[in-house]
Design a protein around this ligand. Structure first.
Ligand code: AMP
Ligand code: ZN
Length: 117
């Protein structure tokens, strides 16, 4: 099971592990993925340790709406607003989720393959 003490993203939030920051406010942090899959590959994470989408419910509505409204602003800043981008949330083993702290991938800067699964 996921716990915040062993969580890489919580360590980034605590400043224990460095990150290449794109944006920060009181609720979220956005930073460049360390192993990008596209010219633009940014992760948006809540500051609260939520292990995955499976742990999101209506009590998180304000946070999730904040992140979703933030993403197009980040995309504009990253220069992919017009060219397009993909937002991905992996959840659980079959998705390949590697870090058990809810995160939104923003991918863009090249034509992305149509295949999703
Ligand atoms: P996922 O497979 O959805 O769990 O995605 C986890 C992502 O976190 C991967 O794309 C990794 O490259 C990325 N990642 C892992 N460690 C770091 C780190 N220290 N800084 C930035 N990105 C990271
Ligand atoms: Zn965490």
């Amino acid at each position: 099971m996921s716990d915040s003490h062993n969580c890489i993203f919580c360590k980034i939030l605590d400043g224990e592990i460095p990150s290449n920051k794109v944006y920060e406010d009181d609720r979220v942090l956005a930073f460049h993925d360390i192993a990008p899959n596209a010219p633009v590959h940014v992760l948006v994470i809540p500051k609260e340790h939520i292990p995955s989408l499976n742990f999101v419910d209506e009590s998180n509505n304000v946070l999730i709406a904040h992140i979703v409204a933030l993403i197009p602003k980040l995309a504009r800043g990253l220069g992919v607003s017009e060219s397009g981008y993909r937002v991905v949330i992996n959840c659980g083993e079959d998705s390949g989720m590697a870090v058990e702290h809810l995160h939104f991938h923003i991918l863009g800067g090249r034509h992305l393959p149509q295949k999703l699964g």
